[in-house]
Design a binder for this molecule. Structure first.
Ligand SMILES: Cc1ncc(COP(=O)(O)O)c(C=O)c1O
Length: 392
């Protein structure tokens, strides 16, 4: 059917988006993309998730280039069709070995690993108990799962226990970040596992901010809690932070891997992770094995940064890993503080609603293993320039 361009004009379908954009602007919640020049913008980067400083490591970038030259620029298809190369298999074996899990399955992003794992391992007939501060990808995964979802207060193990004991479904799963992405605090994994196990529930743990930073030589928080071999724990994590690449992974029992290959929709209906990203992650994992000083240095730098945040009059978190935050409260003030730091040569992250609850706007600084004493004194100067505003 052809459309008559001179036909009657209805309501402008874009008007409501212009109105909503103006409202976001007024509330200080407008977001803008800023293109990064390839050689860097001269600012010290404390906004990225490159915790170990590996994204530009020549061993990692060379491996990415070699993988693209050998396997092509793209994976060419779903993992189940043509998208699994020998490199994907090698990466899965290496990730399973490093994390102490029997099996691993790589996804094309951490977001999709969470969607795939939570949706495929739960569903109608399952109750998911989810921490209120979980990452958006876990929140979205819960929504997609069509399971009954109970959101419990942050870090409240007793509430998790209650939700599991009062559920009216046969199956259950407890879902949590291990290191929370904004506040940088640590989930009580041993207690959660005890409760989950008592109620016959799976424990699904997102280790995005823990892999490469905490646990023995960066093996993550589940490993640190002595739970790496627990068959009822499923771990998801990303290749896009400590490993300096892109992609996501689920590690756990072989039964979990098999379930995800057969029923994980974000695995089945998605093109496999690009070979360059696979090669880079594999090389980064080798660097991490060879250079265990990196996780320790990232954590030391996080403690130093938290001290500088406190010195600037902001309320810092107690960093469990490399995420350091300083509460500002008002979104306009948080954006202004971020701009002030940039003008002083330091790029920091700024989190506003809906990434954080109303009134929770904050600066987020990510510690890196490769920060020098000179870098830290540059941060000190930048944060000191906020002190009058923060104190007022
Ligand atoms: C806790 C957490 N989980 C999952 C993700 C998603 O990972 P990716 O960016 O690789 O999709 C992120 C990333 O920002 C994260 O912070």
């Amino acid at each position: 059917m052809s459309i008559d361009p001179s036909g009657p004009i209805g309501a402008d379908p874009l008007e409501r988006f212009r109105v909503a954009a103006a409202e976001r602007e007024r509330a200080g919640l407008h977001r803008a993309l800023r293109a990064r020049p390839s050689g860097g913008d001269g600012l010290l980067d404390l906004a990225s998730n490159d915790y170990l400083g590996l994204t530009r490591d020549p061993r990692v970038t060379r491996a990415a280039a070699d993988a693209a030259l050998s396997w092509g620029a793209g994976a060419t298809g779903s993992r189940l069709v043509t998208g699994t190369t020998a490199l994907h298999t090698a990466l899965e074996e290496s990730l399973a070995d490093f994390t102490g899990a029997p099996a691993a399955l790589v996804f094309s992003s951490g977001y999709l690993a969470n969607l795939g794992a939570v949706a495929a391992l739960t569903g109608p007939g399952t109750t998911i108990v989810s921490d209120a501060a979980n990452h958006a990808s876990l929140v979205d995964a819960c929504r997609l799962s069509r399971a009954a979802v109970v959101v419990t207060p942050h870090l409240d193990v007793a509430a998790v226990d209650r939700a599991l004991s009062t559920r009216d479904t046969e199956h259950a799963a407890v879902v949590t970040d291990s290191v929370f992405s904004v506040d940088g605090d640590l989930a009580p994994l041993a207690a959660l596992h005890e409760v989950a196990r008592r109620h016959g529930a799976l424990l699904i743990v997102d280790e995005a901010h823990a892999l490469g930073v905490i646990g023995p030589d960066g093996r993550g928080a589940v490993h640190a809690a002595g739970l790496a071999g627990a068959p009822d724990i499923v771990r998801t994590t990303v290749l896009s932070k400590s490993l300096g690449s892109q992609g996501g992974v689920v590690v756990g029992a072989p039964e979990i891997r098999a379930a995800l290959i057969d029923t994980g929709r974000s695995f089945i209906f998605d093109t496999g992770l690009a070979p360059a990203a696979v090669g880079a992650a594999l090389a980064a994992l080798d660097v991490l094995r060879d250079e265990p000083w990196r996780p320790a240095r990232a954590r030391e730098n996080a403690v130093a940064l938290a001290g500088l945040v406190a010195g600037a009059g902001l309320v810092p978190n107690v960093p469990a890993a490399a995420v350091v935050s300083g509460l500002v409260g008002d979104p306009h003030a948080a954006v202004a503080a971020q701009a002030r730091c940039a003008s002083m040569g330091v790029r920091v992250g700024c989190f506003r609603p809906p990434s954080v609850p109303p009134g929770g706007s904050c600066l987020r600084l990510t510690a890196r293993a490769d920060l020098t004493a000179a870098d830290l004194s540059r941060v000190e100067n930048a944060l000191a320039s906020l002190a009058p505003a923060a104190a007022s």
